[in-house]
Structure formats: structure tokens, C-alpha cells
Design a protein around this ligand. Sequence first.
Ligand SMILES: Nc1ncnc2c1ncn2[C@@H]1O[C@H](COP(=O)(O)OP(=O)(O)OP(=O)(O)O)[C@@H](O)[C@H]1O
Length: 299
Amino acid sequence: MPANLSRLCFIFNPISGTNRRFDLRGLLHRQLGKQYALSYEIRPTEYAGHAEELARTAAAEGFGIVVAVGGDGTVNEVGRGLLGTGAAMAVLPRGSGNGLARHLGIPMDAAAAVSLLRRPRVLPIDVGRLNGRPFFCTAGLGFDAHVSRCFAEAGTRGLATYVRVALREYGRYRPTPVTIELGGQQLQSDCYMLAFANAAQYGNNAYIAPLADIRDGLLDLCLIDHMPLSRAIRVAYGLAAGSLPSSGAVVYHTARTVRVTAPHPLGFHLDGDFAGEAREIQVELEPLALPVVVGTAFR
Ligand SMILES: Nc1ncnc2c1ncn2[C@@H]1O[C@H](COP(=O)(O)OP(=O)(O)OP(=O)(O)O)[C@@H](O)[C@H]1O
């Protein structure tokens, strides 16, 4: 368990989300006043990747809770910095998708999310690794990774940009043949996309694996081999309605470890951010490896 849950460090990504006017200091002053016997500091990020260093330093300084103030990219960096330190991660959702926060039952309202920190409920969650690199919510190959790369190059952020990029790329993207090894079996398939879900959703309540349990020691794999228009419509509906497993449009597996090989390098994303390309991809799950603050209704 974390050493000192009354010392909080807020790591604030000023470019997350689309609303730039956010008075974090005022919010914390109102929500975590003197009567709660808490101490806190705010440390803004100055560049991409900085949150990981800031989180590791904060844990070493004895902060028991390190709060990622941002979206899933910031959460990924803070989580990476905290692995193995014993400090717990909390999330103050400020991104455009906020997949992990939503899965953990953290309120999207900033004041309500901060109020959870007065008496935090801390539980450990599983952590995924793709070629050794951690992810906490989802990782993926194929179309969703391709869209995350195009999104990063789009110049603007937010859900509207994401949907515009996804619709444009849908007509262009082609599947790749892959070999998937899991649970002692070897599958040959085309891969339009393959998602590795630790949490149930990508963000924005788009449920890629609604049955995923972030504490069960298993990844939920969601494979789509081809995406004709009729299937794309069923997938889009299933994502929004949380009914993808019964749509007949996708195939699910569960596994602790998965190996994917492709004839040419395949792009991959980690928690929604494009993260590279590889021909051989090894995905593993480390059970209950990171303590996190969860919402009151989280089970
Ligand atoms: N000071 C900074 N300047 C530039 N980039 C930064 C800075 N701090 C963090 N970043 C980068 O900003 C990126 C986006 O952050 P984040 O994912 O938190 O927001 P988002 O994309 O709006 O949210 P979501 O992932 O929920 O859609 C991250 O990849 C992170 O590395």
C-alpha cells in the first residue's frame, strides 16, 4: 500500500483536452481545504514524456498519491513513472477520451473527481506491456493504431478531429495477414485491427471490450479481420451501445500473453497514442501491478 495517502502531487498536462481555461490551483483550494489535513503540490509538464519523470520523482520524495491531470496519454506517462514505487496513481480527467478514468468510475466533473481524494479508495490494477512498454487502458494494432498516428499529425485534438480522421482513413486502410499465438494455439488471420483491452473502453464510452475486468489478470483481445461497410456500421453501433460482443462483427479471446507476427512492420498504439511499429509484437499482462484511486461505485 502507498506510504502516505495524505501527500498528493498533481502532475498537470496543460495541453490535454480542448478546454484551456482550467484553474487547478483554485479548484484544489476549494476541494482540499485545511479541514482535510492533506498537503499537495502542483507540477506542470513542460514537454511530452515529462510526466513520467515528474511522477517517479514525486514517488521518491514520499508523495503517496500522484495525480495525473490530463487524458490517457498523461495517465500512461504517470503510470509508467509510478510502477514499482508503491505510490498510488489517481486521475483528474482532463483529456478528450479519459478511458481509464471512466473505467475506474472517476467522475468527469473535476470537483467531484478531486473530492474522491479526501478519503481515497485504493485498489491495484493489472498493467499491460507491449514489447515491454506499459499500457493501462488499451493497446492495439492495425486500424486504431493507424488512426492514432494520423490524429497526432492532424494539428487539432478532440473527439471531432478523431472522428473526422477515422472516417477519412476508413476508406484507405487495408488489413495485414498476421499469426497470433495465445494460450498454446496459433491462429492465422487477416488483421484489420486487433485491440488488447485491459480496461473496457477506449474513452468517450466507446466500449471495445465491455466485459474486460482490469483486475482479473487477463487481457481481452478483440480481433476484426476485415471491415466492409455493413460491419463498420455494426462495430460503430456496438462500440457506442456497449454491445460489441453480441454484434457478431468481432471475435474475442482472453489471454495473459499474446504474440503477433506480421510480414511487415505493423503500427501500434499504447493508451491511444501512436507508439511505433514492429513485425513481432509480444503483449503481456502483469497482474495487480499498480495501485490506483478508484471511484465509489467501482467494483
Ligand atoms: N507540456 C507539454 N507540451 C506538449 N505536449 C505535452 C506536454 N505535456 C504532455 N504532453 C503530451 O500531450 C499528449 C496528449 O496528452 P493527453 O493524452 O493527456 O491528452 P488528450 O489527448 O487530450 O486526452 P485523451 O488521451 O484522453 O484523448 C501526451 O502524449 C503527452 O506526452
